[in-house]
Write a protein that binds this ligand. Structure first.
Ligand SMILES: Cc1cc2nc3c(=O)[nH]c(=O)nc-3n(C[C@H](O)[C@H](O)[C@H](O)COP(=O)(O)OP(=O)(O)OC[C@H]3O[C@@H](n4cnc5c(N)ncnc54)[C@H](O)[C@@H]3O)c2cc1C
Length: 435
């Protein structure tokens, strides 16, 4: 396979006469790639800048789900109730390194407030509308880009270890009824048929047919990028050091993008899609956005490790098992540990150990461990919209657990904004001014 990241476009060092580029996208994760693809389709010249490559970071190793039915904000999803139990276990589903706690505290307070005082119905409504767009935009983009064969339409299976755990989940499922999300509670032979070989400790499950997965998120990202390139998008490997309001040129005001190695380009429009690092760039333009990272871990085993029929969700343990074309991925968990600490792969190992108990017969050998940085805002909604002080800078980040699911819709909304069209969705819930 051609390495898309090797495609080189070298912007000229800036001089007074250098022409501005039309659209600079910062970040070649799945969000930046989908935005670039949709802008290029609309005939817009786009250059994507990334310090590593195309879909090489968090978007490369996630759990591969198009989780269109996942409409409940995290702070409401029973997480607050589980917090004390989870925090007691240093390798459990949620952890906070004690030294990071002081820095994290303002975000945690916002998270708690979103779960306690936030308008629950408005939050679910906003996420559900976004998910409807997410589904239609992905199916359409996959058709246009010839990637539909990468979609696995076999649903997911969430599992419960006791009747009381199952009963606790029921209000959340009832909430989904309001949006016509299909699901079926199963047990006994039906459960065993949906996933043979499960440990007997799982007494009930919920099958969600509209929750799909992709064959491999990195392969999908690279394929969408090849499509974007075929429509004229270009890639430049460079770290974006700074974004500044640039000089006015005749009637337009450009943005100055400072790159590594002292290079600079001017752009008519900039899209910040730099995942968990986006707030650092937004801050330079005067926007203070409470973005944190929920670090997540997994291990990808050889595909032969176990015959997993569809994504299995161990909700009470905070991890999933996904069958990919490239292996069997076991992982999840949340570590609120910031951007600088080294990974603690004891977390991947702990989840693999549990998976072995839950799926007796699973071969845990030959795995590849990985950690990624979910870019997370306290109310579980991303920021999509214009910067406060620069009308030609657009933000597209903070998708948390749902960035793969919502990437095509985000790309569509960014295209609408850049082209000055009415956005396909009311963007008020996603406006940065909510913070
Ligand atoms: C364990 C785990 C499982 C997950 N499972 C799912 C799932 O099943 N379904 C789902 O929808 N989501 C899932 N997610 C979430 C999803 O992976 C993220 O929301 C998504 O990848 C974020 O995409 P992004 O493009 O915003 O960020 P990234 O993929 O992080 O991309 C940002 C890019 O910006 C670049 N960058 C940053 N700063 C700069 C700079 N200054 N200059 C140049 N480049 C820069 C980085 O190099 C990076 O390539 C999961 C996440 C984790 C960790």
């Amino acid at each position: 396979m051609r390495d898309c990241a090797k495609e080189r476009f070298r912007p000229e060092p800036m001089s007074q006469s250098a022409q501005p580029i039309d659209i600079a996208v910062v970040g070649a994760g799945i969000i930046g790639i989908c935005a670039a693809a949709q802008l290029a389709e609309a005939g817009q010249p786009v250059v994507v800048f990334d310090r590593t490559g195309i879909c090489e970071e968090t978007s490369s190793g996630n759990a591969a789900a198009f989780a269109f039915s996942d409409v409940l904000p995290l702070a409401h999803k029973g997480m607050m109730r589980q917090l004390p139990k989870w925090l007691m276990d240093p390798l459990g589903p949620l952890s906070i390194p004690p030294v990071y706690l002081p820095q994290l505290l303002p975000w945690l307070i916002r998270f708690w407030r979103a779960g306690t005082f936030g308008d629950y119905h408005a939050a679910v409504e906003a996420q559900a509308s976004f998910m409807r767009l997410a589904e239609s935009e992905w199916l359409s983009l996959m058709d246009r880009s010839g990637t539909r064969t990468m979609l696995r339409e076999d649903g997911s299976l969430e599992l419960y270890e006791s009747d009381s755990e199952f009963k606790t989940s029921l209000p959340g499922w009832a909430e989904r009824d309001r949006f016509g999300i299909a699901y079926e509670h199963v047990s006994g032979a039906q459960l065993a048929e949906l996933q043979p070989g499960l440990s007997k400790q799982f007494v009930k499950g919920t099958f969600v047919p509209g929750w799909n997965t992709v064959s491999d998120p990195k392969d999908l990202g690279k394929a969408i990028w090849r499509y974007a390139e075929s429509k004229g998008a270009r890639f430049e490997q460079a770290r974006v050091e700074a974004i500044e309001k640039g000089p006015s040129r005749q009637s337009e005001r450009t943005v100055r993008v400072r790159l590594s190695e002292g290079r600079t380009v001017e752009a008519r429009n900039v899209i910040v899609a730099a995942g968990a690092w986006s707030h650092l760039l937004a801050k330079q333009l005067g926007d203070s956005i409470p973005l944190e990272t929920e670090r997540g871990y997994n291990t990808t085993l050889p595909a032969s490790a176990f015959d997993v029929r569809r994504q299995i969700i161990f909700g009470g343990h905070g991890f999933v098992v996904t069958p990919l074309a490239t292996g069997l991925r076991v992982g999840g968990a949340v570590e609120l540990g910031g951007l600088k600490r080294p990974p603690n792969f004891a977390r991947s190992k702990a989840m693999l150990e549990k998976a072995k108990r839950f799926l007796p017969g699973l071969d845990p050998s030959g795995g590849r461990e990985w950690m990624g940085y979910r870019p997370s805002l306290p109310d579980s909604l991303p920021v999509i919209g214009q910067a406060r002080n620069a009308a030609n800078v657009f933000y597209a980040f903070g998708h948390g657990h749902l960035g793969l699911t919502q990437a095509a819709a985000t790309g569509r909304l960014i295209r609408d904004l850049v082209l000055g069209h009415t956005p396909a969705l009311d963007l008020k819930p996603f406006d940065l001014r909510r913070f």
